[in-house]
Structure formats: C-alpha cells, structure tokens
Write a protein that binds this ligand. Sequence first.
Ligand code: ZN
Ligand code: ZN
Length: 391
Amino acid sequence: MNIPESIREVLPYAIEMRHEIHRHPEVSGSEQNTAARIRRELEGMGIPVKAFDGCHSLMGTLRNGEGPCIAVRAELDALPIREATDLPFASETPGVMHACGHDVHMALALASAKWFSSHRSEWSGTVKFLFESEEETVGGGQRMVAQGCMEDPAVRCILGQHMNPNYPVNSFYSRCGAVSGASDELRLVVRGASCHGAYPEKGVDAIVIAAQIVSALQTLVSRGISPFDPVALTFGTVRGGTAQNIICGEVELTGTLRTIRPETRALLHRRLTETAEGIASAMGGQAAMEIEPSYGAVVNDPEAYRIVETCARKLLGDALMVEQQAPSLGVESFCYFLDRTPGVYYDLGCGVGTGLHTPTFHVDEAVIGTGVALQIEAVLRLLEHNWQHGG
Ligand SMILES: [Zn+2]
Ligand SMILES: [Zn+2]
C-alpha cells in the first residue's frame, strides 16, 4: 500500500486509540466516557470542540485559513453484545462490544485530526470532525444537524466510511448515486365488528379484511412499481382477536417500507393508504394507515464521488476497487448529514470474517493504515476542489 510517510507517522496513534476505545465500549445513549475521551484528544491537538444538547455527539472544528469546509463523520456507540474474541484489547465491559467497527471509525477520524492539525502548511480551509452518538438506535446525526453542525462554516462535502467484513481487507466498496434506502414505519389499524364465530353475517371480520389488504399491498409493489425500482414492503407484526370462536373486530399491523427514489416513496405513501382504505370500506369495515417517515436515502454526490473514487484507486489499485452493483435497502443515519450537503459514503473491506453485530466480529488492522490515508487524501482533494454547488 502506497501510504505517504507523513501519514504513516500517525498510524501508531490510530492503532493505540482503536485499542483503547475497543476496551471501553458504551452502548447507544451512554457514550459519555467515549465522548470525554474524544474531546480530550481533539482539545490536546488544539481543536475546539462543540457538544450537542440531548446527546453525547461532538464536533471538532479545525480552521486553517481560506477554503471550503469538509467534514468527516465517525460514530461513538457500541452494541449490547458479549464479546467472544480473544483479542488482547477485548471489551472490559461485560455485555457491551464494538461489533460494528465504530471504534475503528473513531480512530481513523482522530488520526486524521492529528495529521491535519500538525500539517497546517499543507492545506487551507476548514475540516470538521463529527462524532455521532446513538448511530445504532435513533441516529444522533439528526440532532447534530438540527443544532447547526453543517453550518458556520457551511460544510461543502461530508465523508462517511464503514467497516465491511464481507470484502477483502483494504478494498473500497461503494457506488455513485444511491447507496442505501429510505425507510418509513407503518401502522395499519383495520376495524370491523365483532360477533359470534358461528354467525359471521352478524359482524365484519377484521382479520379477513386485513388479509386482503396485506395481499393487495404486496401486489401494489409488484404490479404498480417498475421491477427495476427497488422497493421492500414488510409487515412484521399482526395483532388481533380474542378467542378462536369470536369474529375479530380490530387488527393492528406494523411494518416497514423501504424505497430508493423519492418519487416512488411519495407514490407509495399515497397508494398504500388509498388501497387499505378502499379495500376495508368495500368489505364493510374501516382502515387507517399511519406512515411515519424515518431515515432518508443515502445518495453519493457524483462530483464528490469521482474525487474520492480516484483517491481510493490511486491508493489501493484497481484490484481492490469493488463497485456496489445496486443500492441496499438497509438504512444509514448518515442520510441526515446529506440533507442539504453533498457527500460520499463508502465501505472499507476489513477482511472476510464474521459479520457486523456478531460477538466474534473483528477487523484486520491493515485497514487502519489505508483508512487513515484514504480519509486524509480525500479530504485534501476535496479542500482543493473548485466547488460549483453546495455550501
Ligand atoms: Zn451497526
Ligand atoms: Zn455501524
């Protein structure tokens, strides 16, 4: 790997920080010690730190003369998993583990911060280091954005990266355009009229109506949306009824809708409601569909993506560039930072091993060197770029 000498100098620090953070994981919403540690590190580099109300998220802002502002994002939280690795720096907190690689992401951001703060003559502009709390649950990014992390100075481009154990160590996995989908939470209540199970003509069976609605909504996706436009509609719970011989008067279903295109998302919001209400009413009952918008899609900006992709190809070589063939319908809280700002989200292969969120998850630490080098090179190129939009 062709890592410049000045970047190699911050790698021992990255590895030390990764081990330290991995030893002391904290679950979403309880990241106070991790946040205090990050604050101490950033302030030790002379980088002013801002905290955010209602969460443990932090932001370090390194100003260094004229130029655009580029941000990098890392996550603070670990998972409620009992670590089952035999790493010498395994979790010392029973039942809590950095099993999503966020310890590595923090180490990469801190090492980049160290490099940028000690090589000020080699760049100009502002670099923000965003440390997001509760990424695994509610997504602290939403609060950070609401409290101005993308303003003053306005961020021109933001980078997010994630460990990916499904690809060989040091591979770059991403794509131009949509990377992951938008999510909406669904709650459907179907009302009929309860009566004795032997005399169905005296009531309206909410279970039968709900069954028709579930089938019709699946057909709405397969017949109403192009097969080339990814959609997942899942009802995960059905609750209703009191006894085997009583016709059920009310059923509640909950589910999730995943889409990529905003037009498809809007169309389905309308059609899901119309179809459920129409079927229920035709069958003598009523349906109420509540749709709670959740995460937005993560879409890589083409201009910024080209810059980051070029850095990755130069650093890693063609063989380690893996193009993501299609967007994923999973969600990522990185979407909140992309609301009004272009950005790039990419995965770094950390070796083929057990999956994210498993007790034996671990990374090949060779990824730390390339991760730091790619982050620094990409930020440098983005700082030099003549931005025509954004900000
Ligand atoms: Zn995770
Ligand atoms: Zn994660």
